[in-house]
Design a protein around this ligand. Structure first.
Ligand SMILES: [Zn+2]
Length: 170
């Protein structure tokens, strides 16, 4: 069952509903209706500006980001939908945190709401490392529709997976 893989941890009824959408070939329609807007954040420079704007609005006091970019090698599900690293670098006698946000390249083509959701997720990690209650509260604060969008992202990934499989079939 495809939905079980993408929606691990969700209620069985939701998983069954998603599987039904998939089997009936209605996933694409559902996503197009839910997430109609594309975005124009095509490269790393545009992504950097986009992230800085959201950070300035919601997390002004968090440490500056040294790198923001799309990453073609990033597997979205494995990395809990994105990645955030804090690398410690020795700089003179001080230890300095290097903070980066990498967003999987598939988000270049994704609907605008999903890009925003993943950036909010990664920004929230500047404050909270774990996916705990405080983390999700911060996500919700930056994007009130966060929980629904994370669900929609899983459906979107499931849809891409199904599409790839259909194209690979003879
Ligand atoms: Zn995370």
């Amino acid at each position: 069952m495809l939905a079980a893989r993408y929606l691990a941890g969700y209620a069985p009824e939701l998983i069954a509903q998603a599987e039904r959408l998939h089997l009936e070939g209605r996933l694409a329609d559902y996503l197009a209706r839910r997430l109609p807007e594309p975005h124009g954040v095509r490269d790393d420079a545009a992504l950097f500006a986009y992230v800085q704007e959201l950070k300035a609005r919601h997390l002004r006091n968090a440490s500056p980001l040294q790198h923001v970019g799309y990453d073609a090698k990033l597997r979205v599900l494995q990395h809990a939908l994105g990645t955030h690293t804090r690398r410690t670098q020795v700089q003179g006698s001080r230890l300095k945190m290097r903070r980066e946000i990498r967003v999987a390249s598939l988000f270049k083509q994704a609907p605008a709401a999903l890009l925003r959701m993943i950036v909010v997720h990664e920004l929230a990690h500047l404050r909270e490392l774990e996916h705990n209650k405080a983390f999700y509260q911060l996500c919700q604060h930056m994007e009130p529709d966060y929980a629904q969008l994370e669900f929609d992202l899983r459906l979107y990934l499931m849809h891409l997976d199904a599409q790839r499989k259909a194209e690979a079939a003879p």
